[in-house]
Design a protein around this ligand. Sequence first.
Ligand code: FES
Length: 611
Amino acid sequence: MKISVISAGKKHVLQAEQGANLMECLNEAGLMEGSECGGRGVCGKCVVRVLSGTFADIKDREQYKRFCKENEVLACNCTVTEDAAIEMGYGRDDISRKVRLPGLSEHVGTIETSVSKVYIEMTAPTLHDQLSDIERILAKLPAKTRFSPSILHDLPSKLRKADFKVTCTLFEGEVIAIEAGDTTSACYGCIIDIGTTTVAMYLVDLLTGSVIDARGLANPQRVYGADVLSRITVASTSEGLAKMQDLVRQGIRTVMHVMCADNNIADENVYQAVVVGNTSMSHFFLGVDPANLAVAPFVPCYRQSVTLKGAQAGLSMNPEGYVHVLANISGYVGSDTIGVAMATKPWEKKGITIAVDIGTNGEIILGYKGWVLACSAAAGPAFEGAHIEQGMRAGEGAIERVSLKDDKVTLGIIGDTAPQGICGSGLIDVVAELITAGLITRRGSFVTEKDEGFNQPLASRLRTGGSGIREFVLAYTGEHGNTKDIVLTQKDVRELQLAKAAIAAGIEILVKEAGFTTADVDRCYLAGAFGNYLDKEKAVVLGLFPGIPQEKIIAIGNAAAEGAGMCLLSASQRKMSDRIASFVKPVELSTHPDFNDKWIHCLNFPRITKG
Ligand code: FES
């Protein structure tokens, strides 16, 4: 059967078997975006508009009507019965998502890269000079240089075609590539930060340490669920695990290739990559069974760093280049935290330093006088706009800023276009503003007629939505060129409370484990792309960093990637990252005796002190 798909203004034609699940088909074509529930029919993010043809329902579509308007269906609830055409409401181009990724600092770390390139000119062999090709090359290179056997097969023709003028690429004394002519100026590496929701990639010039390009990709595994546990469940069979590995590798491969092509760089000139991610993502990337990460005692298969060839990793790079997957700290604290630790070195700072990397999991490290504690708080994906009724990732059309004054709602929208939904920073903004305005109580409920805060013009935007849930209207249809009302629901506020309570409780427990209180913290680094866009004042209103004043909170950008960049540019930093993994003490929150009490306490919002 033929399914025509319009997505992000482009037309795609898919071939599908009769009876195939529509979401699976879209997923396989790399077109599915937004799904958060793994096809269970509860997130409503796989809505597509049917332009022609019909699909069979798996379950009665009546139960999904709250998600779908006329001619819309949930892709996860449909099977293919005939040729059809659809339009995807959430279709956006995943590749080239440059909008919200911060660049690394202009140069990362001190450059002592493992990769070097040497241009050599040799005389051609004669009857009086019968050195082998290898001996001829090695005579021009430092003593003890070795050859990667895989590059030998086409070496004779390569040398002769290049008239014996070639560039040798060496990785720590091993020749991994021979290229015709002088290509010494083309020497690149890649930093890959695999987040549960977003994969961030940076193309780096290994000669200068400059970041040439940075791209983000919505993690292609997300169609199997926004959270790690859903994906671990899918990976419980060998086919499922292979699927998870393929999805993430294929996504990375595509973006690497596009990034290289856009910068006129050959994939083969990328010789090294460093990968960081939470422990589950690293397991998926390596195709390692993650089952034990989901059950107590949450033991990873491996902790130490793993190095493999580019060809083994299946990336768009020189097949003989090297890919380093940095070490994990524990089942829940992964190599992305090693990256943050490398970039912030909290054990070297005076006093108590905390670094928080907010993502689907909030990784927190605490350093004091040479030692480090780390934990991972299961915040869930709310900060990334997921599990929110009209949530979306930080892309064009996302409301990222909200301010409320008198009867006015002012929105900051990415791309200065009509709003389509709310991203994480917008969510924090609107909830903090509603708390400050007195329209949300400390317990997180919208006020009612009985409450004091109800007597103000903005309360007229509070209503009961179609599904019986109370909501605040951020933008009525047409108010900002939007085609539907954009609302924040009571359930969204609850999701945010759950997420912020997990982070806040994690901070409190880590500080307590170190024998302090949050009032003793000297600085709190806020890592991750999200940190750059988070309004610190609003975060304090929510109680995200309990007891830590705004002036001690410092946004530092994508520190996980920055730490990975240090490992890309320096072999000694790579060794250091392994040492860090062995001296950081992980604190397991889910079994910590204080966690539940702290978490429940942190669900409430702090008291507003006026004045
Ligand atoms: S409702 Fe279809 S993927 Fe969630």
